[in-house]
Design a protein around this ligand. Structure first.
Ligand code: MG
Length: 370
């Protein structure tokens, strides 16, 4: 039996990180944060002459965590030992905090290992994860930053309609919930642009108080909004749960969940659990989180990173959709080759070996470090 046929696989011989920064066309903001660029930290794992790629949208500090803390751990576990390596990386972070930045770095490592293992076995990651239950994955359009002009919002909605997305999400909670009238005006504008049959979705990024969110939520219900994301902070699951019992629209959260403890805290607070494989422990954490959500009859929705989520989302029975987030949808074709294309309201991931994504030569223009 050779390395590739064993259940351990060949040793990891190289771990390489890179940092890429993609400026946004204009400064952007949601209810509680402003930004003018997106940073992707990639990691490449090598074994037996093959490479696997993972990344996270994070701080350049994630690359330092990989170099200082995770690369050495990775080398101690042969390529196919995905679960064993996950546990070892998690334990190695005990004294630094096993959430946030550390888990983002770990997520990139885990995704790279899934890709590497699948490539060495010459199968898609979906086959490694048990096989597809769907070939195309529903998406919804997402962006609608509070900084957009009317014309820019119109352009985004036009793009979402052109790819067949029927769900469309904009940011509300502008300036920490201090401009509620403008929030509601922008939702009305979205309805005009999206048409009477679109699913209107909003994301307050935790910008409202509970009382505010209840009052605005009733107005959103009247406007036909079906999705109210993080009306209050996701660190306040009790607040989310109160709103879930009060409002007609779905209450959703989960994008910052790092582990099963975080997810468990949200299960009775949301109607749909959001999970981000680049933050919650990679494909391993994503699949475990989806299973936990299924135990409460909840759908999950993948947060951001559509290129990375599409291949693994094909295997999740309780998946509602993937967020086709404007910033990531724009940069991912520059970062990687092989991203699934969007049409008919779905992403259609190729049945490629691994996750099918490799660093694009165009990414080099955006590389700022390693
Ligand atoms: Mg959000």
């Amino acid at each position: 039996m050779n390395d590739r046929q064993s259940d351990s696989g060949p040793p990891i011989t190289n771990v390489h990180t890179a940092i890429y920064t993609f400026p946004t066309p204009d400064p952007e903001a949601d209810g509680t944060l402003q930004w003018n660029a997106t940073t992707a930290v990639t990691v490449t794992l090598e074994a037996d002459g093959r490479t696997g790629l993972g990344w996270t949208y994070s701080s350049p500090a994630a690359a330092a965590i990989i170099s200082h803390h995770l690369a050495g751990v990775a080398r101690q576990h042969p390529a196919f030992r995905i679960a064993e390596a996950w546990e070892a990386m998690h334990r190695a972070g005990r004294n630094y905090g096993t959430k946030g930045l550390y888990l983002q770095a770990m997520s990139a490592m885990d995704i790279a290992r899934w890709d590497l293992t699948a490539r060495l076995r010459e199968i898609p990651v979906s086959a490694l994860a048990g096989g597809r239950c769907r070939d195309a994955v529903p998406i919804y359009g997402s962006g609608g930053f509070t900084t957009l002009t009317d014309r820019q919002l119109e352009d985004q909605v036009h793009l979402w309609r052109s790819i067949g997305a029927t769900g469309m999400k904009i940011k509300v909670g502008e300036a920490w919930g201090t401009r509620p009238e403008r929030d509601l005006q922008r939702v009305q504008r979205l309805r005009e642009l999206a048409g009477p049959h679109a699913d209107l979705m909003v994301d307050a990024n935790g910008g409202y108080t509970i009382g505010q969110a209840r009052r605005i939520g009733h107005a959103l219900d009247d406007l036909g909004v079906t999705w109210f994301e993080e009306p209050v902070s996701s660190d306040n699951p009790d607040g989310l749960a109160v709103l879930r019992q009060t409002l007609r629209c779905d209450i959703t959260a989960g994008e910052y969940a790092a582990d099963l403890y975080d997810i468990t805290a949200l299960l009775l607070a949301v109607d749909c659990l959001q999970l981000d494989a680049t933050r919650c422990g990679g494909y391993t954490g994503f699949l475990r989180g989806a299973t936990l959500a299924a135990s409460r009859n909840l759908d999950i929705s993948a947060h951001c990173a559509p290129a990375l989520h599409a291949p693994i989302a094909t295997v999740v029975p309780n998946l509602r959709h993937i967020e086709f987030f404007a910033d990531h949808a724009r940069l991912e074709p520059e970062l990687v080759d092989g991203a699934a294309t969007a049409h008919d309201g779905h992403l259609h991931p190729h049945a490629a070996i691994g996750h099918g994504l490799t660093l694009a030569t165009s990414a080099e223009h955006h590389r700022v470090g390693q």
